[in-house]
Design a protein around this ligand. Sequence first.
Ligand code: NAP
Ligand code: ZN
Ligand code: ZN
Length: 347
Amino acid sequence: MIATKGYAAPVAKAPLAPFNFERREPGPHDVQFDILFCGVCHSDLHQVEDEWGHGIFPMVPGHEIVGRITKVGSHVKKFKVGDLAGVGCLVDSCRHCENCEEGLEQYCLNGVSPTYNGYEQDKKTPTFGGYSNLIVVHEDFALKVSEKLDLAAVAPLLCAGITTYSPLRHWKVGKGHKVAVLGLGGLGHMAVKFAVSFGAEVTMLSTSPSKKADAERLGAHKFLLTKDPESLKAARGSFDFIIDTVSAEHDYNQYLSLLRTNGVMICVGAPPTPAAVAAFSLIAGRKSLAGSMIGGIPETQEMLDYCAEHNIVSDIEVIKMDYIQEAYARMLKADVRYRFVIDMSTL
Ligand code: NAP
Ligand code: ZN
Ligand code: ZN
């Protein structure tokens, strides 16, 4: 076993603190890498707070992981020592169900192994995430990372990036579509970048007037303050798609009214409390309310390659490991511009 240093929540809702644990020695198909940067996702906070339930503690969060390979198993083909690599939200899956066979490992019918707050495929070894100095993972669940991009700013692509890229691709969003992005945080700012890059007309829907200039800098064509009832009223029936990235309770009906006939609202945000949706919000206008979870390994690689080709990265604020509680507090106040990334050398 390999002695590993990390930061963990010892129990639900407790502040994170230094935590020593062990990772397996790399097997024939595993790679080991030193974690250089790890993004801070709002899901980390939901899970540390155990807002979704069934949390496994001590919990080492972090699923936006990038670093450099230090060891490869004897059968590893994809990587060599010294290569950059990334790990997102998944470290394994059953590999034989119909979803795994289609490259949709995130929807594995036999239970995926999440990067933390879950179990390996033996269903008993807990997984620990990227707020740590190294990781060991099967090469099939490690992603190739380009040397061309700023590595710290690549880290958030592994969750915020793929989570917004995947639904935009699935619903074939592009030229001629009017897309609204709800919530300008980690996911929201990546949704704006991808939707603009795919050729859509993008409107930012935000509760924060102070983010208007940033939304425009990110490429949004319009900005609409959701706290202003008049602008919401004026925008009724205007969007083909809404990507909802909001992390807290909000009124879905209000936003469904902004869709055109046949419009689709795609939830990627995961508020802990269920929302009340009136049937009339959907039936009047043949609208759809949909959801999407991260993306599979092949699509995550496709997204990383797309970003390298089109020079797309996340807008980040690099922090030290011991700033994490302040980062969480700022995240709750919607004060993230637009992703915190931990410099793991500060662990
Ligand atoms: P984040 O950086 O904190 O951004 C969330 C944004 O939502 C805020 O910046 C704010 O934007 C808006 N917001 C917050 N509270 C609000 C409220 N009460 N009403 C309206 N808007 C509000 O979070 P994130 O990392 O992007 O994650 C967003 C959500 O997606 C989380 O629930 C997370 O767990 C989930 N998630 C899901 C997946 C998936 O696979 N589906 C993957 C990753 C994360 P404004 O200031 O612009 O209003
Ligand atoms: Zn995430
Ligand atoms: Zn499977």
